[in-house]
Ligand binder design. Sequence first.
Ligand SMILES: *Cc1c(COP(=O)(O)O)cnc(C)c1O
Ligand SMILES: [Zn+2]
Length: 503
Amino acid sequence: MKLEDFPKEIQPYLLPKIEGDIVYRCLKCHEEFDVERLLYTCPGCGSVLLLEDKTFERLGKLSGDAWRKVFDYRKMLNIPALKGIYLYHDVVGPTLPLDSIVYLGEGNTPVVEANATLQKKIGRRFYFKNDGQNPSASFKDRGMASALSYINHLIRTGAVSEILAVCASTGDTSASAALYASYLQPRIKSAVLLPHKKVTPQQLAQPLGSGAMVFELPGVFDDCMKVVEALSEDYNVALLNSKNAWRILGQESYSYEIAQQFDYNMDNKTVVVPIGNAGNITAIISGFLKFFKTGIINTLPKIIGVQSVHADPVYRYYLEPEPEKRVFKPITVRPSVAQAAMIGNPVSMPRVIDLVEKYNERGKEQKVFFVEVTEQSIMDWQLRANRNGHIVCTQGGETLAGLVEAINSGLVEGDEEVILDSTAHSLKFSGFQEMYFEDMFPEAFEIRPKRELQNIPRFVRPDALKEAPELGKQLAPEQFEEFVRLTTEEIASILTLKKKKKA
Ligand SMILES: *Cc1c(COP(=O)(O)O)cnc(C)c1O
Ligand SMILES: [Zn+2]
């Protein structure tokens, strides 16, 4: 739809204005820093930063109801820069001009209601929000679009010239970073650090295909992260991990989309999210808080963070009910099928602690909860979901296992509707499915396949068949006819099909 065709009162707000005053804010000493330079930790105290719009109050110029209309109408505009996370430009990056925005088709991911069989089994109405339908097949594209649009802006304004973007990754961050960086080459190049043999073949193929420099290091993600941090301390590189506050800002779009997809009614809603480096849950909490403060939503949804028993430092922290007594202890992770969340020392922990407190305060009751789940339940629920028409990854399976756990612990009432964050596409993690189907999990995963969830291909070559087709070989007509007939009979017999009556 064209601008002049929209209602008169909406027109002035449809195309976002360049406004706002964004600064880095230190979570610990509350010092603020200019965003004209790349900054990841507070130069004063070393703590993590978040971006803050010092003019956030300006959003009060419109009522919550008017903002809802702006976002809903804006969806009808055919301007690529506003089709993804910058549909919410006014909150996601109001200082960025539209021509700096990098849009590769991220965001606006579907909410898919769980099928009837699955809902019946779980006993709640619930949905998957399929963030695996992003361009690099994980939610990381939301934050990467934000970080790279900002860097693109710095380049366009001459604040920086050439950029080497680096990140450590459990797989998806590097896939996303390499994709967005390659779109902006030659001025941006990327290098990614991965824990050797701890990302899936698909995830390794992604940055390689995008032309990034790929380094594999011994150890786990936490070790790679330390090296990347040292690189960004001592050298002129742009850090693309979620330590980069622009990543968080972009990932907040996930919450805005949920709000919009449910017509801004967050009553009785619960959002379940897997936790690794804790950037995603930080962004989701922060996003809902911003929409709540502007009156765009009138209720804060409940949020449930899920961790595997093999990588559960956040869950352990919140086991202590009294806030003053809580102490954060990094843990040593064990192998997990939720590999993207296999992190023992989450970088965003200080952000989580800060925001969970604010969220509960604003919500006037406890609104954020944490549960942990076994590796077995993650795999079982992932496979069950996908047998019911879904495309969830292992982390998506973790959220479904988390929902079951939350229901059992009395955290989710019968009338609540639940949105599960399926953070990546199932295809990225098909290796774990294969290990399950072929009963090949190493001991350390503690996963035993359930027969009814296993599935393997059957090779069909009837014993009576004399000649079988081969690539590059032509069968004689009667041989080919025999191949079709015998093979059809064998498949029909396996499937116990009854022959049609010929008229
Ligand atoms: C990165 C990632 C996570 C974990 O998100 P954090 O922001 O690190 O907590 C979960 N699932 C997938 C598929 C991921 O790529
Ligand atoms: Zn500080």
